[in-house]
Design a protein around this ligand. Structure first.
Ligand SMILES: NC(=O)c1ccc[n+]([C@@H]2O[C@H](COP(=O)([O-])OP(=O)(O)OC[C@H]3O[C@@H](n4cnc5c(N)ncnc54)[C@H](OP(=O)(O)O)[C@@H]3O)[C@@H](O)[C@H]2O)c1
Length: 229
């Protein structure tokens, strides 16, 4: 049995994740920033923990995640937020959580990022969009520099449709979408798939069963490095 700390646990991906973890008998701590959301985490079958990642430092987050087997960073400032909160949630919140993971000795860290964030932002883009892309890009870069057993998921547009467990993964994919339920399934599968450790990949709906798609990541990494790493 695994015990997972979910940061941003009341988010729409995270709620799907809590449902799947509960169904397969895993424990989880859901980190949220208001009382009602903590109660919802209990309703999902986990432990709700109040902590605002913008207000608290890495030490406080480390205390919250200690004793878990893995951390899933699923927080985000959300579509209505301006550039400042992209920086304080999507970038600083992630980096503080990465430090917390190291302090608490929780080596497995799964980050929900977004497709295409290493690409230059189109001229004339909205200021919030540019800040969002930079925050995700820079948080991912910080995570890759750590010694954590990280996985960076970069999904396309997220939908609220029912998932079907079929995906495409790759370094760079044509733009596409994916149900949040399938992103949650990929997170759960990644927790059990060593091929996803120190792997970053884009993710959309596609033709391949999730376990098969993730197993292929290890093969591709092996081909790239000639088995030297
Ligand atoms: N929308 C897309 O098409 C798309 C595409 C690719 C990637 N993504 C990324 O995928 C991730 C998950 O998406 P989603 O739709 O599940 O997001 P979501 O529903 O907006 O959930 C994000 C969660 O983060 C929480 N949060 C924000 N600030 C916080 C803070 N200071 N302390 C603690 N928690 C905080 C929010 O809490 P509150 O409920 O209290 O605000 C919310 O529950 C996000 O990082 C998003 O950027 C989205």
């Amino acid at each position: 049995m695994t015990r997972v700390a979910i940061i941003g646990a009341h988010g729409k991906v995270a709620q799907q994740l809590m449902r799947i973890l509960y169904d397969q008998g895993d424990d989880f701590v859901g980190i949220v920033r208001n009382d009602e959301h903590a109660e919802d985490v209990y309703r999902f079958g986990g432990e709700g923990l109040l902590l605002d990642i913008e207000r608290e430092d890495a030490d406080a987050i480390a205390r919250a995640v200690a004793g878990n087997d893995a951390i899933v960073f699923a927080a985000g400032a959300g579509p209505g937020s301006g550039p400042e909160r992209k920086a304080t949630v999507d970038f600083e919140g992630s980096v503080k959580s990465q430090r917390a993971a190291q302090q608490a000795g929780v080596s497995r860290f799964i980050q929900v990022s977004a497709m295409g964030v290493d690409d230059p932002v189109a001229a004339g883009s909205d200021e919030s969009w540019a800040a969002y892309v930079a925050a995700k890009r820079d948080a991912d870069a910080e995570l890759r520099r750590t010694a954590l057993d990280w996985t960076i998921l970069r999904p396309g547009s997220l939908t609220l449709e029912e998932g079907n467990g079929l995906v495409t993964v790759g370094d760079r994919l044509p733009s596409g979408s994916i149900p949040r339920e399938d992103v949650a399934r990929v997170i759960v599968a990644a927790l059990a798939a060593p091929s996803t450790i120190r792997a970053q990949f884009e993710l959309t709906s596609g033709p391949t069963p999730i376990e098969e798609a993730l197993a292929g990541l290890g093969t591709r990494e092996h081909e790239r490095t000639g088995g030297r790493e």
